[in-house]
Design a protein around this ligand. Structure first.
Ligand code: NAD
Length: 356
């Protein structure tokens, strides 16, 4: 029997609740499709600070490097907001992305047909469905650039630096071109080349690389225009490639087009097949422990993990199809509509597992 060894980082807030449902679905998929999951549970985020004093213990990094891939819930919460910047739960996230070389963040923004009415965008704009893939650079740019705080002439100042090298841009752009080749062969590169030098280098490098992908229709868009176009005419997009900070913001915006932040999965890929899989939402401390969190983004992240890292595409397809089926009858409170059965976090996990 095929065995897959993954590190599980449940994290904080709703993290443990939603990850448990995804593991339930993974185990059920394994039984059906003939593989066995092995879970190595490790600490990251606030729970790691409580247990060890730091958000990303060395032991966690070592375990992740030895695994086939990593599965994460979410980290953070008000309890750790007073920690210094480099010891906050989110520092664990940035740290693990760097330590594992996770340079490409894949964020699908999809509308499941039964959830169409949950989208705040008019039917006439989204049509029957929407399927955008945002490819966000994850280990460079302003979140990793030189930063500092000081007092100048008695005034407190702070700065952060956006910096990209040609190899960094080539690597993420190549991932995006490859994804576009597997989809509708349309790539939009998003930058702010009218203002930023780093964006001008981004655009020049993407254009240069495009010569290797003559079949892909490449266009460029300023980030402010893209923010507008995502709401005005989202169907014009197939694959979007952009920097770390622009991708962070645009993918959250795209998630709202889908109707709920609780529905969207993500993959962060390194070279080869290694990746880290997590829902795009945070630890939702406001609803943690109430059994009402939507576990579908996490379950769909498990499907992405099966597809991109574990070579189990049939199981991945089955999970996505089961989610679509379950959504025709059952809803967690965040996506609830009259006429549907309102279910808890664990009931939603049970239903997806039962519909595989
Ligand atoms: P959030 O995504 O946690 O929550 C935003 C809103 O969406 C909340 O009202 C929440 O209840 C709701 N929500 C999120 N996920 C949901 C789900 N699965 N089901 C139902 N409702 C859901 O964002 P936030 O409130 O800005 O951040 C909370 C904490 O999470 C912060 O500490 C933040 O730093 C952290 N965070 C972590 C990650 C991560 O681990 N990757 C990502 C974003 C934020």
């Amino acid at each position: 029997m095929r065995e897959h060894k993954i590190v599980v980082l449940k994290g904080d807030g709703i993290g443990p609740e939603i990850v448990d449902e995804a593991l339930k679905v993974l185990d059920a998929a394994g039984e059906k499709f003939g593989f066995k999951m092995q879970y190595d549970e490790q600490l990251m985020g606030g729970c790691a600070i409580d247990a060890t004093g730091v958000p990303l213990p060395e032991e966690t990094v070592t375990a992740c490097k030895a695994a086939d891939c990593v599965f994460l819930g979410a980290v953070g919460g008000p309890k750790w907001d007073t920690q210094p910047g480099n010891n906050r739960p989110e520092a664990g996230l940035l740290g693990i992305r760097g330590a594992l070389g996770l340079y490409a963040n894949l964020r699908p923004a999809t509308i499941f047909a039964p959830l169409k009415s949950a989208s705040p965008i008019k039917d006439s704009i989204i049509g029957d469905s929407m399927d955008i893939l945002i490819v966000r650079e994850l280990t460079g740019g302003i979140y990793f650039g030189e930063r500092g705080t000081s007092v100048e002439n008695g005034v407190e100042v702070a700065y952060d630096t956006e910096k990209y090298s040609v190899p960094e841009i080539q690597r993420i752009a190549r991932t995006a071109f490859e994804m576009a080749m597997k989809r509708n062969k349309k790539l939009t590169s998003v930058d702010k080349a009218n203002v930023l030098d780093s964006s001008r280098l981004w655009r020049k490098t993407v254009i240069e690389l495009s010569k290797e992908y003559p079949e892909v229709e490449l266009s460029h868009m300023y980030v402010d225009n893209c923010a507008m176009q995502l709401v005005r005419n989202p169907k014009q997009f197939d694959v979007i490639v952009t920097s770390n900070i622009f991708g962070d913001i645009l993918s959250d915006e795209a998630s709202m087009i889908s109707g709920s932040i609780g529905m969207l999965a993500s993959a962060s890929l390194a070279e080869g097949k290694f990746g880290l899989y997590e829902p795009i939402h945070g630890s939702a401390p406001d609803i943690a422990g109430q059994g009402i969190a939507n576990p579908l983004a996490t379950i769909l992240s498990a499907a992405m993990m099966l597809r991109y890292s574990l070579d189990e595409p049939a199981a991945a397809d089955a999970i996505e199809a089961a989610v679509n089926t379950v959504l025709t009858t059952a809803r967690t409170p965040d996506i609830y509509e009259e006429g549907f059965k309102k279910v808890s976090t664990s009931q939603m996990g049970d239903l997806v597992a039962a519909n595989l």
